[in-house]
Design a protein around this ligand. Structure first.
Ligand SMILES: [Mg+2]
Length: 313
């Protein structure tokens, strides 16, 4: 049910009316000074915020406006997934330059589709003019026992969801002036936050998780540092997208897949419960220097590639 308060006159409110028209019942309770949400008793509130900026995270010619809205929203939702939190609400602060004003409706449709896919209502936001398109997205969720980066223990196995390397391959193609394959482009343009997958793993005893935004090599180092452990992974075990090498997959960022640790997870049962999504054991937590990552290639130690960086930083 849509329960917005009536909005007054003015350009900002016209923009908000445009957004609300695109979102329909996906937006709830807009128009007061703040959103009011119920958090289930016994649950903790989990909050995260994420910003997507034109020229830093994407270029206009790479993505449709719908994809820009979808991708930014999924990137924010991915942090809720990493905490194994159930979605409560999303708030958006949009900076929309004059050149993008006509694209506001399709951007809003992309945001609305992603929110619907993540089963999260849009509960507030703000629209302002500015020099470049930016979407600052705050997500609220709840969990009785949020999954943290710091829970990995020596003896745990290390798992990753999905297949890696597509977003990096798409970015590499665009930056080289080529068109990416449709599959690689889709992995960049239409990522899916692994919310249900994370909650399944948490219920099955996962000890730690992080979402892959900086790339596997970098994010595994973050998890190992937070947990005070050493992580060892097997290059030949990495699940890769078609046409991507395991080394390229290690450095591919903005995957929005999950990296998890657990004593043991049942991969076939996971795939059956998650519409065929892969869960792959790629290594183990071992005694060693805290925060270190060791890469093995058929049992022999090899050097790690450098981490993913946004293309225009
Ligand atoms: Mg994250």
């Amino acid at each position: 049910m849509t329960t917005h308060l009536p909005l007054g006159p003015g350009a900002e409110f016209d923009a908000i009316r445009t957004l609300l028209a695109a979102w329909g019942p996906r937006a709830r309770g807009i128009g007061d000074d703040g959103a009011v949400l119920d958090v289930p008793p016994g649950s903790k509130l989990v909050v995260s915020t994420d910003t997507t900026v034109e020229h830093v995270h994407f270029r206009r010619e790479w993505l449709t406006p719908e994809e820009i809205g979808w991708r930014a929203t999924m990137a924010a939702l991915s942090d809720l997934a990493a905490m194994a939190a159930a979605p409560l609400g999303v708030l958006l602060a949009l900076t929309v330059p004059t050149a993008w004003r006509d694209a506001l409706t399709p951007i809003a449709h992309g945001i609305g589709e992603a929110a619907a896919h993540g089963d999260i209502p849009i509960v507030g936001g703000d629209v302002t003019a500015g020099d470049r398109l930016a979407l600052a997205i705050t997500v609220l969720g709840h969990a009785a026992h949020p999954l943290a980066r710091s829970g990995a223990r020596v003896g745990d196995a290390i798992y990753v969801t999905g297949r890696l390397g597509g977003p990096g391959a798409a970015l590499g193609a665009w930056l080289a002036g080529r068109a990416p394959t449709l599959a690689h482009r889709a992995r960049f343009a239409r990522p899916e936050a692994r919310i249900a997958a994370a909650r399944w793993c948490a219920q099955q005893g996962a000890t730690a998780a992080i979402d892959l935004s900086d790339g596997l090599a970098g994010d595994l180092a973050h998890l190992a540092a937070a947990s005070g452990v050493c992580a060892e992974i097997d290059l030949e075990c990495l699940p890769v997208s078609e046409g991507v090498t395991p080394r390229e997959a290690l450095a591919s960022g903005e995957e929005y897949e999950l990296l998890l640790t657990a004593a043991a997870l049942d991969a076939p049962a996971f795939s059956a419960a998650q519409a065929g999504l892969a869960l792959t054991a790629i290594g183990r937590v071992v005694p060693g220097p805290a925060g270190s990552v060791r890469l093995l290639d058929r049992g022999g130690a090899v050097e790690l590639p450098s981490a993913h960086d946004h293309f225009a930083r």
